[in-house]
Design a protein around this ligand. Structure first.
Ligand code: F6R
Length: 264
């Protein structure tokens, strides 16, 4: 795992945007349409603003990019302002040149939910798999809506949300009673099939989950710890989110060595 500790949330967003742009370029070099895995929530908003800015500055195009979102609530129509369909349209898609038909968010409205989850897996594999999967992390260590106890072999499926997740997300709704009770989410095994993974975390409320993800035992008790099994993961955090890591000095030494080796 590469662990990058930065001084501000803005620096985290800029670093993440560089990684996304790099993944798009590398896919194009292999003459393949780039495929991004995207997350919602508060954490990636800065990244999406940065990507929109780069598009407006004419330095980044999404014209041939395909995207797959991690998850979608069950029980909200796509036009609901708290659905992840709506979030993606408002935070990113309508501001850039990505083709709407190339964007995918799990379908959960008026459909057969297990069939929808299965179809999502097929769609990802027909697109050639995900080049770079962007992730946030829940305060309990969930990724996507793979809640504590999720099988490390899980695929896209229907998942009940924990009380912790519903209470963390209640800030976006009028009351906790309005927070959906379930979602369709990519599974942990689905996420681990991405060719590279970028997990972003900012703020002291993520410190415990980040420490468990990077330095804890691999366990379904902290789903993000499964990322230790993937050969190409970058964890980008600000200092408050890094505050419970034991090996900060080593991660910073590693970044200095990386920079030195790249400059020779
Ligand atoms: C969202 C998602 C979730 C969030 C996590 C952190 O698509 O998959 O795992 O990344 O709940 O959310 P924020 O960023 O709001 O703290």
């Amino acid at each position: 795992m590469r662990v990058v500790i930065l001084d501000s949330t803005e620096a985290v967003s800029r670093f993440a945007a560089d990684q996304v742009a790099g993944a798009i370029d590398r896919a194009r070099e292999t003459r393949k349409p780039p495929v991004l895995g995207l997350a919602t929530g508060g954490t990636p908003l800065g990244l999406y603003n940065e990507l929109v800015q780069r598009y407006r500055d004419g330095i980044l195009s999404f014209a041939d990019v395909f995207s797959f979102n991690l998850d979608e609530y069950v029980g909200l129509p796509p036009e609901h302002d708290q659905s992840y369909h709506y979030y993606m349209k408002e935070s990113l898609f309508r501001h850039i040149d990505i083709r709407t038909e190339n964007t995918s968010v799990p379908q959960t409205w008026n459909c057969d939910l297990p069939a929808s989850a299965k179809a999502y897996e097929t769609k990802i594999s027909h697109a050639g798999g995900i080049d770079l999967q962007v992730l946030g992390i829940g305060t309990d260590g969930h990724i996507g809506f793979n809640e504590v106890g999720s099988s490390l072999a899980s695929r896209t499926r229907l998942k009940t949300l924990t009380r912790q997740t519903r209470s963390d997300n209640a800030r976006y709704f009028a009351s906790i009673d309005e927070v959906p009770i379930a979602a369709i989410t990519m599974g942990i095994a689905t996420i681990l099939e991405a060719r590279s993974i970028l997990l972003l975390a900012t703020g002291a409320n993520k410190a415990k989950a980040v420490a468990g993800c990077v330095e804890g035992a691999v366990s379904s008790g902290l789903p993000a710890s499964a990322l230790q099994l993937h050969p190409n993961v970058t964890i980008v955090v600000d200092r408050p989110a890094a505050s419970l890591l034991q090996h900060t000095e080593y991660y910073e030494d590693s970044e200095r060595v990386r920079a030195k080796l790249q400059s020779v």
